[in-house]
Ligand binder design. Structure first.
Ligand code: ZN
Length: 133
């Protein structure tokens, strides 16, 4: 199986495991997600390398959302996840109970719009079995 790259946001590796695509600044080692051309920390331009991060993370904060754009079921949980190198990402989190400090893993999902029949592939985090406090 070849790597599958989606929207320059995530990549599914040869083992079928998803990773987020971030960048490491070669000027100051700052890690960013999504990958950035210009480092938001030292403003170095065009000197970064791609890093694959975010297979696992820890819930920093989470909130339940009761309104959403068309096509997204409510309620759903949105939270901040700390991944590799201390990078924080905002993502949907799924699981029965979601608490600060829970371990989560990156998962890829697809959904099909009822109206346009277009398939969307997205990413979110789900609570790791037994990963709660
Ligand atoms: Zn930098």
């Amino acid at each position: 199986m070849e790597n599958i790259r989606e929207q320059n946001i995530f990549l599914i590796d040869k083992k079928g495991k998803p990773n987020l695509i971030g960048s490491k600044c070669l000027g100051c080692d700052h890690m960013s997600f999504p990958a950035k051309e210009v480092c938001p920390y030292c403003m170095t331009n065009g000197r970064s390398e791609e890093i694959l991060i975010g297979k696992l993370g820890i819930v920093v904060s989470a909130t339940t959302c009761h309104t959403a754009p068309k096509g997204i079921q409510v309620p759903y949980t949105l939270g901040t996840i700390e991944i590799d190198y201390g990078v924080h990402v905002l993502a949907q989190i799924t699981g029965n109970t979601i608490r600060k400090g829970d371990k989560v893993e990156l998962v890829i999902y697809s959904s099909v719009s009822v109206e346009s029949a277009e398939e969307t592939i997205g990413w979110k985090y789900q609570i790791v079995e037994g990963g709660g406090q």
